[in-house]
Design a protein. Structure first.
Lengths: 89, 363
């Protein structure tokens, strides 16, 4: 069964080493392409909220060629454990 | 080449710093907005409960309702009508933003069930405890419920290991004191026999709201806040209508009575206009409460939301006192002083006020 978008975003981080908002959008576009909330602004906000609540951790940041800030996150051990505990596959 | 890389890095650091600061400020503003809309929701709800069929129930009482029915059943019915309107608003917004499917899918998941539990604890259970507390101990219980931000912050420290240092504790204490001062203005000279038990029951309400703010705020880091609030208001509305009202009806002597009163309340056009507005404000208020808590932490989020203890009487004064000319809604001077005190408390939780002066020195 298809997961709610926010769950899919968090789950994605348990399967990759690190990712930024653009990576998330690219990875989920196939399944959630028709979702209004799958846009850069909303995904960045979801990632920062997850970070503020200790689910994700920032790894690095950089400016891309278009001068947009890209922040990379990863789910650390504890964060991944919480995500997997509450959001089942 | 090396120089341009440094400039790029510097730009990235500055942009990142700005983004983090804006996110924090946005969280605080959202949480403050939740307090303001809570005040508006309270005022519209209070006004709605003076219009249409409610004006008879609370006035001439031609339906000959008992004192128990008027106190408990009508109080609960007001909450049920408001939460039902609010749930409808929440679902309309979720559908408009393409989130209705996710709302249904979230219900039967662990975070969804936790959100339902938080809604039940903070909705019907805490609200009923509050109403019963008032009935048993009089208006003395109102300031007791002002403890909910402190309870939320402590629970967030224990359950989710959120930050809570001495400065934040002091700020929370100032906010609780300010809410206590505002609430104390409504304390009457009543000192009923059941006062201690009533206060203990009112403490359950403070505990329930603290639990809700802390757990649902954390839940919003997993669940979209618009979906979270749709779950909250649907749960609360249904639990009030289908569980609480029949229980109060049975206690009043007839389950059918609660159903009859609910039908009359929903059919009362002049009152429903205000309930539709109070439902909209409740939807916005709870959604921004959860979102603010998840963005800036429970301690600060709940302190910002607690400004409702000022905004509630303020909007009642404007709406019922100034616009509708009803007497007894003026805010006493202590209310204004407490509002300023509360702002200082919030500032203290959010930051060290001395930093404001230090920044000036650097400049």
């Amino acid at each position: 069964m298809k997961k709610p978008l926010n769950y899919a975003i968090l789950k994605y981080f348990t399967k990759v080493d690190e990712a930024c908002a653009e990576d998330v959008i690219k990875a989920l576009k196939g399944k959630y392409g028709n979702y209004k909330a799958l846009n850069r602004k909303d995904v960045v906000s979801a990632l920062m909220t997850a970070e503020a609540n200790g689910l994700l951790e920032e790894t690095r940041f950089e400016m891309d060629k278009s001068n947009n800030l890209k922040i990379y996150y990863h789910a650390h051990e504890e964060g991944a454990a919480i995500i997997n505990k509450y959001i089942k596959d | 080449m090396e120089g341009s890389k440094d400039i790029t890095n510097l730009a990235a650091i500055q942009t990142k710093k700005k983004l983090s600061e804006e996110f924090f400020k946005k969280g605080v503003l959202i949480a403050l907005f939740s307090g303001l809309t809570y005040g508006l929701y309270s005022a519209f709800l209070t006004l709605g409960m003076t219009k249409g069929v409610w004006s008879d129930w609370y006035g001439p009482n031609t339906a000959a309702l008992s004192a128990f029915t008027i106190t408990y059943l009508l109080g609960s019915l007001g909450g049920a009508v408001n939460d039902t309107c609010s749930a409808i608003w929440a679902m309309i917004f979720a559908a408009k933003n393409g989130k209705f499917g996710d709302f249904i899918r979230t219900l039967n998941t662990t975070p969804g069930r936790i959100m339902i539990l938080a809604a039940l604890v903070g909705g019907p259970i805490a609200t009923t405890a509050y109403v019963i507390g008032i009935q048993m101990a009089g208006s003395m219980v109102i300031p007791i419920t002002a403890l909910c931000p402190a309870i939320g912050a402590i629970l967030a420290r224990i359950l989710f290991k959120q930050k809570l240092d001495k400065r934040m504790v002091l700020g929370i204490c100032i906010c609780v004191l300010a809410s206590f001062l505002i609430g104390s203005t409504s304390i009457g000279e009543d000192a009923p026999e059941d006062m201690i038990l009533g206060i203990a029951i009112a403490f359950i309400a403070a505990l329930g709201w603290g639990f809700e703010g802390c757990v649902a705020g954390y839940g919003t880091s997993m669940i979209d806040s618009e979906i979270g609030i749709a779950i909250r208001q649907t749960t609360s509305g249904l639990a009030n209508l289908l569980i609480l009202l029949p229980i109060f009806g049975a206690m009043a002597g007839s389950v059918k009575l609660s159903a009859d009163l609910a039908v009359q309340a929903f059919a009362s056009g002049p009152a429903m206009i205000w309930f539709v507005l109070s439902g909209l404000c409740a939807f916005v208020s709870f959604m921004t409460w959860y979102k603010g808590n998840s963005m800036c932490g429970t301690a600060l989020g709940m302190a910002c939301n607690a400004t409702y203890s000022f905004w509630g009487p303020f909007f009642c004064w404007i709406l019922l006192g100034v616009i509708n000319g009803m007497e007894g809604w003026t805010i006493p001077p202590i209310g204004w002083i407490a509002a300023i005190l509360m702002m200082f408390g919030i500032l203290l939780i959010a930051m060290n006020p001395l930093d404001l002066f230090r920044k000036k020195e650097v400049k």
